[in-house]
Design a protein around this ligand. Structure first.
Ligand code: PDD
Length: 291
C-alpha cells in the first residue's frame, strides 16, 4: 500500500507532507483529531467518527471548512488511492495559520489534514498478546470528551507505563475513580457486572466503547455505565481496553498483579468474536477478515 497524505485537498506521499510553521495546531495544540480504522479499503464506523469530529470542533469553536459529504468523499478517495487493506486514517482539524497570539484569530481558515498508515489487526484470538497496565493519577484537564490534539499528559503517562514494562496507563481521579486509559476506554467485570465509566466530560466517548456496549447488551450481559474505583479494579474478574487501534484488548496484569488465570476471560473473548463479526459484516460483506 501507499502511505498517502491529504492536506486541504493536496495529495502527496506522507514523507512529503508539510504544514505551515504558524499553524495553531502546531503552536498551541489548537485543534482536534480522529483516528478511523480501515478494513478492506473501507473506513469502519465512519459516520460516528465524523459526528465526534463535528462535536469536538463545535466545543472549541472551529468551523469545519468542508461539508460532511465532502469529507466522506475525500476520505474514501484517499483510502482508495492508498490501496489500504488494513490500516488507519488519521485526520486533524486545526484553527489554521495566523501570527502567534493567544487570542483566537479572526477570519483565519481552519485547516484539515489526513493520512493513511498501515496497521494490521490480530488474525485470531491466539494472536492477541494481553497487555499490562499501570495506574496513574489523571492529570489532564476537565474536558476529556473533546478529542483535542493536546495529548502531553497522555504521552507522558504512556511513557511511564513503558518504563514500567507496561503497554497502557489507566487514569484515576480523586477518590480513586477510574476514568480511562491514555488512548483507550477501560472495562472491568466486577461482581459479575461489566462496568465502564459513564459518558461525561472526564472521558472520551470512544466509538469502540459504544460498539462494545451495543454488543454486550445484545448478548444479554449485565452492563452498568457506572464509575468504579481502583479497589474494584483489584478485584475484577476481567479487564479490557477498547480503542480504534487495538479494538478489544484484554488486560493480563495491573501494576504487576495478574488480573486472573485466564486472559482473555469468557466475556472479553465473546466480545472480541462478536466485534470481528461486526467488522466482517460492515467491511467484508459478511465474508472472513483478511489483510
Ligand atoms: N485514541 N480515550 C482516549 C483518551 C483516546 O485517545 C481514545 C482513542 C479512546 C478510544 O476511542 P475510540 O474507540 O473512538 O478509538 C479513549 C486514539 C485511537 C488515538 O489517540 O490514537
Amino acid at each position: 500500500m501507499k502511505c498517502l497524505a491529504w492536506i486541504d485537498g493536496y495529495v502527496c506521499d506522507i514523507s512529503e507532507g508539510q504544514v505551515p510553521l504558524e499553524d495553531r495546531g502546531y503552536l498551541f495544540g489548537d485543534g482536534v483529531y480522529e483516528v478511523i480504522k480501515i478494513y478492506n479499503e473501507k473506513p469502519f464506523y465512519l459516520h460516528p467518527h465524523l459526528q465526534r469530529l463535528q462535536n469536538s470542533a463545535n466545543a472549541i469553536d472551529i468551523e469545519i471548512p468542508y461539508s460532511m459529504e465532502e469529507i466522506e468523499t475525500e476520505i474514501n478517495g484517499l483510502i482508495e488511492k492508498s490501496e489500504c487493506r488494513g490500516g488507519y486514517l488519521y485526520m486533524q482539524l486545526t484553527r489554521g495559520s495566523a501570527k502567534r497570539d493567544h487570542l483566537l484569530p479572526e477570519g483565519t481558515r481552519p485547516s484539515m489534514v489526513m493520512y493513511v498508515r498501515e496497521f494490521t489487526s490480530p488474525a485470531s484470538i491466539e494472536d492477541i498478546k494481553p497487555s499490562s497496565c499501570i495506574t496513574l493519577p489523571d492529570e489532564r484537564w476537565m474536558n476529556c470528551y473533546i478529542k483535542s490534539v493536546n495529548l502531553l499528559p497522555n504521552v507522558l503517562a504512556r511513557h511511564k507505563a513503558a518504563e514500567a514494562g507496561a503497554e497502557e496507563a489507566i487514569f484515576y481521579r480523586s477518590g480513586g475513580i477510574v476514568t480511562e486509559g491514555t488512548r483507550t476506554n477501560i472495562f472491568a467485570v466486577i461482581d459479575g457486572v461489566v462496568r465502564t465509566h459513564p459518558e461525561s466530560k472526564l472521558i472520551l466517548s470512544g466509538i469502540t466503547r459504544m460498539i462494545a456496549l451495543d454488543i454486550l447488551k445484545k448478548l444479554d450481559v449485565t452492563v452498568s455505565e457506572a464509575a468504579f474505583k481502583l479497589e474494584d479494579l483489584e478485584n475484577a474478574a476481567e479487564v479490557w481496553t477498547t480503542s480504534t487501534g487495538m479494538e478489544i484488548a484484554p488486560v493480563a496484569k495491573i501494576n504487576g498483579r495478574p488480573v486472573s488465570d485466564t486472559v482473555p476471560g469468557p466475556i472479553c473473548k465473546k466480545l472480541i468474536e462478536e466485534f470481528w463479526k461486526k467488522v466482517e459484516a460492515e467491511c467484508y460483506d459478511g465474508g472472513k477478515r483478511r489483510d
